[in-house]
Design a binder for this molecule. Structure first.
Ligand SMILES: [Fe+2]
Ligand SMILES: [Fe+2]
Length: 242
C-alpha cells in the first residue's frame, strides 16, 4: 500500500539512549551511540551502540518500550552503531531497518528477522521524518546515512552516526534535500576539522551537540569560538522540538 506522508510533524522528542558520555548519572556509557526518536506518528531507533545489554538497560531506565519501535535506522556499518542489533531485533522482528544501500549488513539483518530497506536517496518514512540519503566517506567504500526530522514551524533536527563523510556535507545535504531551519545537529562528528565546524555555523546550525566520536578538540573549539552554539549531550539527554 502506498502511503503519502506530510513533509513535517507537529513535534519530535529525541532521547540519547547511550553515548560515550553520560548526561544522567544512573545510565551506562559505551563506546557507541544509540538515539531514540519519537513523533506523533512514529518511534525510531537510530543506531544500536556496541553493547546490546547496556542499550536495553538504558532504554528501560528511560521508559522507552523497544517493542513499540516502528523502525530502526543504522547510519553505517561500524560495530559501535550496529553492535546492539541482535538484542534490539528480539523486540521488533519483521520491522523495517533502514541501512545505506552500500551496507554490508543486509544479509546480517535479514538473518536477525528484520526487514532491510537499503537507502540510496533521501526518503520520507513518516510525517516529517526523513532518512537522509547515503554519502560516501571516500575511504574504504564506507557509506553513511543520517536522520532528519522537520516540524511544522520549519525547524529541523539532524541526527548523525559518525559523520565519516563530513558533518558539514551531511547538513548541506539535509538543507538541499529537505530544507528548513537547522536548529540542532546531534551525534558523532568524528574529530571534525575547524572548517567543518565553521561551516555548520555558516549553514545556520543553531545548536551543535558533539557526541560519541566527536572528540575533545571539537568540544573545545566550539566552546571557545561559538559557546552559545555548543550543546551538551550524553546518555539520557532529551531534546524536544515543536
Ligand atoms: Fe562511531
Ligand atoms: Fe564509524
Amino acid at each position: 500500500m502506498f502511503v503519502m506522508y506530510r513533509s513535517y510533524t507537529d513535534w519530535v522528542k529525541v532521547i540519547v539512549v547511550i553515548d560515550n558520555n553520560v548526561y544522567r548519572e544512573d545510565l551506562y556509557t559505551s563506546w557507541g551511540l544509540s538515539i531514540y526518536v519519537e513523533t506523533p506518528g512514529v518511534r525510531v531507533l537510530f543506531d544500536t551502540d556496541t553493547d546490546g545489554s547496556r542499550l536495553v538497560y538504558n532504554a528501560e531506565k528511560l521508559g522507552i518500550d523497544l517493542s513499540t519501535l516502528n523502525a530502526i535506522v543504522i547510519s553505517h556499518d561500524h560495530y559501535d552503531h550496529s553492535g546492539g542489533l541482535e538484542a534490539i531485533a528480539n523486540f521488533c522482528r519483521g520491522r523495517p531497518i533502514y541501512v545505506p544501500a552500500h551496507s554490508y549488513l543486509l544479509d546480517y539483518v535479514c538473518n536477525l528477522g528484520l526487514t532491510p530497506v537499503p537507502v540510496h536517496s533521501t526518503t520520507l518514512i513518516a510525517d516529517g521524518v526523513y532518512v537522509v540519503g547515503e554519502l560516501s566517506s571516500g575511504a574504504f567504500g564506507l557509506y553513511e546515512i543520517a536522520l532528519a526530522i522537520k516540524v511544522r514551524s520549519g525547524k529541523l533536527v539532524t541526527l548523525c552516526g559518525c559523520s565519516h563523510p563530513g558533518i558539514e556535507r551531511i547538513v548541506e545535504k539535509v538543507l538541499k534535500d529537505i530544507g528548513g531551519i537547522p536548529v540542532a545537529v546531534i551525534g558523532g562528528f568524528h574529530s571534525p576539522t575547524s572548517y567543518s565546524l565553521d561551516k555548520l555555523v555558516e549553514l545556520g546550525v543553531e545548536k551543535i551537540y558533539p557526541l560519541h566520536c566527536s572528540g575533545l578538540g571539537a568540544v573545545r573549539y566550539l566552546s571557545r569560538k561559538y559557546p552559545e552554539r555548543l550543546g551538551t549531550g550524553g546518555s539520557g539527554f532529551v531534546l524536544y522540538v515543536e
